[in-house]
Design a protein around this ligand. Structure first.
Ligand code: FAD
Length: 424
């Protein structure tokens, strides 16, 4: 029976353990923090760095439990910071152009990160998958057949395979692939709040349920994501100053955002944000802070008996909203490979995993970088209005079905193609 060590019990680590369980491979999750206890007690998980919500574009985890606990996003809108000149994208058309075969699931799913994590962790618990906590990975050693993880508490874990699902600052990546492979601060920080809109009498029109309000000139964005009938996540971010940041044309320094919800709401009012958006921030019952990082493109996601998955492999700026989706595609690909390859052929499986996923991961990172740059770009003569207008044309083309930003990734078909290519 193969032994698999998974470092990181975040969204992708937990999904990986469940996928392996489906093909009869038992694994153990190791994490530096303890999500399990919190979830089993029925409490809400606070994700300091990346709280709030995630959007799962079609092709991602569309199981009924997630759909029942999230909100389907029929349209996405982009406006100026005060809500004027909205550009509305029809998610059903863009998903259809992306080749989604499940018609009723065309629009993306928006769900609270803590809700999704609870679903996954509970499923792991039910499947008997163990999560060991206070296990901060500090080193990895491997020989031809086994790999050993060492943790800060002095303990070790040995397996036939180690999967690094430990996020954008992955210690697995640094220890097994090279210490220089670090994520860089990408220049922006923000706060994400969670608000019960029903309680505060805030009503959203359909186009406001997933909405981005941007001040291109001052590099500020407020975004709203409805995650259930009553709950929204509201995200306030600015492009800030940093020592590490590679200054480029769209860089501007800005002041730090206040952590207090009322002060932040007052600030949004001075920015000219719509009153109902400022109100959502004012009534946030949970405000978590995040910083945005970008990981340089890697050439390989496997080294010997170590595999990288999720943000550990391709952590990216969040502007395209496809970081988690790309991680879930990794999981699906690994699952399809393990269905086909027995343990004695794992080296081939790992090679094919890298071959397939590096191309997709790099493409997703590049797309996210490009959307970030374009989303904040300002024309030297006409200001941000010209860029907003150009974006309107792009979305009009997308709504007419001429254009799509991504293609659904069929993991099974991809693996079948890779195996066929191997045989030829
Ligand atoms: C503001 C923001 C908004 C986003 N919105 C979207 C969106 O709408 N749609 C989308 O698809 N993606 C989105 N993303 C990206 C998405 O959040 C990530 O791709 C996803 O969370 C990655 O999951 P992961 O499991 O790979 O890593 P993580 O969620 O970072 O989990 C890593 C786990 O590893 C553990 N760990 C770390 N280091 C160690 C160590 N040394 N030892 C042991 N354990 C360790 C951590 O405690 C954690 O539990 C967004 C990201 C940000 C920042």
């Amino acid at each position: 029976m193969p032994r698999v060590v998974i470092i990181g019990s975040g969204l992708v680590g937990a999904a990986t353990a469940l996928a392996l369980h489906r093909v009869g491979i038992e694994s153990t999750l190791y994490d530096q923090v303890d999500p399990v206890e919190v979830v089993m007690k029925g409490e809400v998980i606070e994700f300091g760095e990346t709280g709030g919500s995630v959007m799962i574009q079609d092709g991602g985890l569309r199981v009924s439990k997630c759909i029942a606990n999230g909100a389907i996003v029929r349209c996405i809108s982009w406006s100026k910071i005060d809500g004027s000149y909205p550009i509305v994208s029809d998610s059903r058309i863009s998903a259809k152009s992306a080749n989604d075969s499940e018609l009723e699931l065309h629009p993306p799913l928006q769900i609270l990160r803590s809700t999704l994590h609870s679903i996954l962790i509970k499923a792991c618990h039910k499947a008997g998958i163990k999560t060991l906590i206070d296990k901060k990975l500090v080193d990895i050693k491997q020989d031809e057949m086994t790999v050993t993880a060492s943790f800060a508490d002095g303990s070790t874990a040995t397996g036939d395979l180690l999967i690094g699902a430990d996020g954008i600052h992955s210690a697995t990546r640094r220890k097994a692939f090279g210490d220089e492979l670090k994520a860089k601060f990408a220049g922006s920080t923000g706060h994400v709040g969670v608000t019960n809109i029903k309680e505060h009498g805030i009503v959203l029109k359909e186009a406001e349920e997933c909405a981005f309000y941007t001040d291109r000139e001052n590099k500020r964005t407020v975004s709203v994501f409805k995650v259930s009938q009553d709950i929204v996540a509201v995200n306030v971010s600015t492009f800030g100053d940093t020592e590490d940041y590679d200054t480029s044309a769209f860089y501007r320094p800005s002041t730090d955002l206040p952590k207090d919800a009322s002060q932040l709401a007052d600030l949004l009012t001075t920015w000219g944000a719509p009153q109902h958006v400022a109100n959502m921030v004012r009534h946030s019952f949970r405000l978590s802070t995040y910083s945005v990082y970008d990981l340089p493109n890697l050439e390989n996601y496997h080294k010997g008996r170590v595999i990288l998955i999720g943000d550990a492999a391709h952590g990216m700026v969040p502007n395209a909203g496809i970081g988690l989706l790309t991680g879930l595609e990794d999981v699906g690909t690994l699952l399809a490979l393990f269905k086909h390859f027995k343990q004695e052929d794992w080296n081939t499986a790992f090679r094919l995993y890298s071959k397939s996923r590096v191309a997709r991961g790099v493409a997703a990172s590049e797309q996210s970088r490009s959307m970030r740059e374009k989303g904040l770009a300002v024309s030297p003569i006409f200001g941000g209005s010209l860029n907003h207008f150009i974006f309107r044309l792009v979305i009009a083309a997308s709504n007419a079905g001429f254009f799509t930003l991504y293609q659904v990734f069929d993991c099974e078909a991809e693996v079948a193609k890779l195996i066929q290519e191997e045989r030829e």
